[in-house]
Write a protein of this length. Structure first.
Length: 210
């Protein structure tokens, strides 16, 4: 056990709340997740910390672990009942955070999908769909995971009409390998004829798949 985890246990025994917050409304659990301090996370959960408590900006321990933490901490939170859905319309969902993570993007996305996160969830106003953002970053394993978990044909079409076609051919291959249907494969074939996004739309219309 880390010194910090031991200190938390001692404070809780003396009556401190495991859900204590800082000036921005971040709970101790959310901050420990962002620091990847799994020992402290375990100590707080054992002390009864609310795994789904929200910060003032709608952030939770799960969203913090999805973006800044590691996959082991994220799985620990999910095992303790962490929610995988967006908590409010203007707040990022755990999947939003995972796709924007610096490390372990694929494992985090798969952990959230396995826990029931919706691959076809509606994005926040002004945001592109998860599938498009994953494609733009060339996360082929994430594209595959989202398609396998139920991303819709319309979302697949959006990816194939995006920069993934011109700049990330491996993403197109990942979409095709998941066997999402004739439309995706036909658009990938049409994309080879196109050299701009506008030209792609014209070619796709000509081929009868747009």
């Amino acid at each position: 056990m880390s010194r910090q985890a031991a200190a938390i246990e001692a404070l809780v025994r003396r009556g401190a709340s495991p859900d204590a917050r800082d000036a921005r409304g971040h709970t101790a659990l959310r901050l420990a997740c962002a620091r990847r301090d799994v020992a402290t996370v375990r100590a707080l959960l054992a002390a009864g910390a609310d795994v789904n408590a929200q910060s003032d900006d709608g952030d939770t321990a799960v969203t913090a672990a999805a973006r800044e933490g590691d996959v082991a901490t994220l799985r620990l939170l999910l095992a303790h009942g962490g929610h995988v859905a967006r908590v409010r319309p203007d707040a990022p969902s755990p999947l939003d955070r995972a796709v924007a993570a610096v490390t372990e993007v694929g494992p985090k996305v798969r952990a959230l999908l396995a826990a029931g996160a919706a691959a076809s969830e509606s994005p926040r106003p002004g945001d592109a769909h998860l599938l498009v953002r994953a494609a733009a970053s060339s996360f082929t394993d994430v594209v595959t995971a989202l398609v396998e978990a139920g991303a819709t044909t319309a979302q697949v079409r959006e990816v194939l009409a995006y920069r993934a076609v011109a700049h990330h051919p491996r993403v197109v291959a990942a979409v095709n390998e998941t066997d999402v249907g004739y439309l995706a494969r036909r658009l990938a074939w049409v994309a080879r004829l196109a050299w701009t996004r506008r030209h792609l739309a014209v070619c796709a219309w000509w081929a009868g798949v747009w």
